[in-house]
Design a protein around this ligand. Structure first.
Ligand code: GDP
Ligand code: MG
Length: 138
């Protein structure tokens, strides 16, 4: 199925200069970036993005992390884009992400153990993608 998904290169990815490498990985997987913009995420956008995590002990930390610097927000589309992006990214915890995945290959030593810094966000389903795209794009 042709799908759209929301991808965010998080502040640690931008700060470490990894955006173009991440974009080449996405395009090499046969996916297309139809929209992209560099922004600072607002509190309202961050809380909407992470609404399902509200009440978790790490909620404030992940909101703070995604707002801690510039991010690149993208709409990525193509055949099976949601799952393709999730497998390109690898699992949530970079320490558990295998080589060949974005989170695995681009992991770094994060001394702040209260938040998992994992460089990239990708929607976890077609429904989440539609909801998340509306937060950042008209
Ligand atoms: P994702 O879909 O793989 O990004 O993971 P989730 O949607 O479950 O979590 C959203 C983000 O919150 C993750 O990318 C991490 O940055 C962070 N996160 C998720 N689970 C935990 C956790 O158990 N502890 C902490 N500290 N951060 C977490
Ligand atoms: Mg998620």
């Amino acid at each position: 199925m042709f799908e759209k998904t929301l991808v965010i290169i998080k502040p640690d990815g931008i700060e470490r200069g990894l955006a173009s490498q991440i974009i080449s990985r996405i395009e090499s997987a046969g996916l297309n970036i139809s929209e992209q913009k560099d922004i600072y995420i607002t509190t309202e956008q961050a809380e909407r993005l992470y609404a399902e995590h509200k009440g978790q002990p790490y909620f404030e930390k992940i909101v703070e992390y995604i707002m801690s610097g510039m991010v690149k927000v993208m709409i990525v589309d193509g055949e099976g884009a949601v799952l393709k992006m999730r497998s390109l990214m690898g699992p949530t915890d970079p320490q558990k992400a295998p080589a060949g995945t974005i989170r695995g290959d681009l992991k770094f030593d994060n001394p702040d153990k209260k938040v998992i810094k994992n460089t990239i966000h990708g929607s976890d389903s077609v429904d989440s993608a539609l909801r998340e795209i509306r937060i950042f794009f008209e």
